[in-house]
Design a protein around this ligand. Structure first.
Ligand code: CIR
Length: 261
């Protein structure tokens, strides 16, 4: 499990983007600005050294720009997820051909399991799996079994009662060098014992969703204290504007599926 990646799959938001699921009280997204922010996100991935593969926008699925939720790429293996929101179920078949270029026979989460990729956080020692409104116990069990086939340990973190987060990775992200960025509400969880924690300030909680890619860390623009905390620890943060995706409960990790080196 590394933080080195070679490729990223992305899908720009479609014309139906504003019809997607959201709990945020931030108003409707502006599609033109969302497309600009998506293009800037892709440039940032390129600046991290990734080859960016753009899939066509898919108006049939308003949330389809959040590709991370549909699949997992771990080493040379792939797992097709089974999103917990019924409106997102069809996104998995839509991403499958793109995954097949790297892994022709991916595993799958089967019913009654549900799993969103946003609930899966790889680290250097284990995979953290969120139990959420989207990922159920059965989905987490199937994922843990799949990881165990490669001797990769995992632990679950129940986020149902953690206010303000949709997925585990809305509240925690892997930074590399043994560290996680984390919101205060998750910092005391026993599964995080032994990690270095960079706790985000409550008013910068959105920053907990960040992405370590090769030598950089993508961070949501507008979180200066978190950026400073990263710099102090020797990281090289790359801020990316995310306002229009935040309106739809999305963060930096969900906009791409990253292929490990
Ligand atoms: C949803 O509710 O499914 C989308 N509007 C947002 C998904 C964000 N995905 C992620 O954090 N991995």
């Amino acid at each position: 499990m590394s933080q080195r990646f070679t490729h990223a799959l992305v899908r720009p938001p479609g014309r139906t983007f504003a019809d997607g699921l959201t709990t945020a009280d931030l108003g409707a997204p502006d599609l033109e600005l969302a497309l600009e922010q998506h293009a800037a996100y892709c440039r940032a991935l390129g600046a991290c050294g990734l080859e960016v593969i753009q899939l066509p926008a898919d108006d049939a699925f308003p949330d389809s720009t959040f590709v991370e939720d549909t699949a997992l790429l771990v080493g040379r293996r792939a797992l097709l997820a089974r999103p917990g929101a019924p409106s997102r179920a069809g996104e998995v078949e839509a991403i499958a051909p793109a995954i097949a270029r790297w892994c022709p026979a991916p595993a799958r989460i089967d019913a009654p399991g549900t799993l969103d990729g946003g609930d899966v956080c790889e680290t250097d020692r284990l995979v953290l799996i969120g139990l959420s409104e989207r990922t159920n116990e059965e989905g987490a069990r199937q994922l843990a079994r799949w990881l165990a086939e490669e001797s990769i340990p995992s632990a679950t973190i129940d986020v149902h009662d953690v206010p303000g987060i949709l997925h585990l990775k809305s509240g925690l992200s892997w930074l590399g060098e043994g560290r996680l960025a984390v919101i205060p509400a998750l910092a005391g969880h026993p599964a995080l014992a032994g990690f270095g924690l960079v706790t985000v300030e409550p008013e910068e909680s959105y920053a907990a969703n960040c992405v370590r890619i090769n030598d950089r860390v993508l961070v949501a623009r507008g979180n200066p204290r978190f950026e400073a905390a990263l710099r102090e620890r020797g990281y090289d943060p790359l801020p990316v504007a995310m306002s229009e995706f935040a309106r739809m409960d999305g963060g930096l990790t969900c906009l791409s599926l990253r292929r490990p080196a």
